[in-house]
Design a protein around this ligand. Structure first.
Ligand SMILES: [Mg+2]
Length: 316
């Protein structure tokens, strides 16, 4: 069997498994065809992951499959979109059945979990690189942008932040403790906040997913909206595992490290009250949007040893 037939055989089952009604024609023709329901808009984005840059060399293939799709779908969550279908461009040094099957297993599990169907793809030979283009849809005019934050809005973050960044130094740990295992799980298996993103339609003024770090990503909202933010470091949600492993040192991972794929959200206080019944448990208020630019953080002494912390985009 040729390598292209091998790849076709391994990936084809992923095309139909999500049950997405939007995918009219999957892999096998010159193009795929996606149905766009009346009154909805297409939301799409592409992510490229390079071995040794965006994931470690010799990273586990099954984990890579999950993680690469999760990272791409997280951008749909940040727009408040329903996932529909995706394409995959895979550059491989060699087509090894064992690696391909493990990668497809992780990718397929993620696709099923997020309700997104493989629509097609391309394979070439070269250094291990993945590009995934995700397609989603939103009711017309309801996509969540970065540019709508207003002074007086609350700044919120979902779940907890810092676990994935703190996990980086434990990636090769042969026998992780239960707390380290929790951190590693956050890095290996990010879970895009799709339900929260949809619940935020019509309520949030701006949304972004936390891929580069809370301060950096909030900074993108503030730049796009022409405003600043006042945060309280004591309010930043951190997991018990992160606190036990790193104490107050976990704060740096929580605000500077990336890879958590939580949502950072701004919204007027009345939106917060509307959401309280449904998603309050997932969202923590960490500050407010103010006139100005950049981030001022109270109780951020652990970050730089002074009385506060100012961030104007220079941290990374
Ligand atoms: Mg993003």
């Amino acid at each position: 069997m040729g390598e292209f037939e091998l790849i076709r055989q391994i990936f084809m089952p992923l095309a139909g498994q999500s049950g997405s009604a939007a995918l009219l024609l999957g892999p096998g023709d010159d193009c795929a065809i996606q149905r766009l329901a009346p009154g909805r808009e297409l939301v799409f984005s592409i992510d490229t992951l390079v071995e040794g840059v965006h994931f470690p060399k010799n990273y586990d293939a099954e984990k890579l499959g999950w993680r690469s799709l999760a990272v791409a779908v997280s951008d749909l969550a940040a727009m408040g979109a329903d996932p529909e279908c995706f394409t995959l461009a895979l550059t491989l040094p060699e087509a090894r059945r064992e690696w391909l099957e493990a990668f497809a297993k992780g990718l397929g599990a993620a696709a099923k979990s997020f309700g997104i169907a493989l629509a097609g793809g391309d394979t070439t030979r070269g250094p291990l690189t993945l590009s995934i283009q995700v397609h989603g849809s939103v009711p017309a005019g309801q996509a969540l942008l970065r540019s709508g934050a207003q002074p007086g809005d609350l700044v919120c973050v979902s779940g907890s932040v810092g676990d994935a960044g703190a996990a980086l130094k434990f990636l090769d740990h042969p026998d992780p403790s239960p707390d380290v295992a929790v951190l590693l799980n956050r890095y290996h298996f990010p879970s895009p906040r799709l339900e929260l993103g949809k619940a935020l339609r019509g309520l949030a003024s701006a949304v972004i997913d936390v891929s580069d770090g809370l301060l950096a990503d909030l900074g993108h909202i503030l730049d796009a909206s022409g405003v600043g933010a006042q945060l309280d470091a004591d309010l930043i949600p951190m997991s018990e595992s992160l606190c036990r492993m790193m104490g107050r040192g976990g704060l740096r991972a929580a605000v500077v490290a990336g890879d958590d794929y939580e949502l950072c959200v701004t919204m007027p206080p009345q939106s917060w009250r509307s959401l309280a019944e449904t998603v309050k448990c997932q969202l923590t208020v960490i500050g407010t949007v103010v006139v100005g630019h950049g981030v001022r953080m109270d109780h951020g002494e652990d970050l730089n040893g002074t009385g506060g912390y100012d961030h104007f985009g220079e941290v990374q």
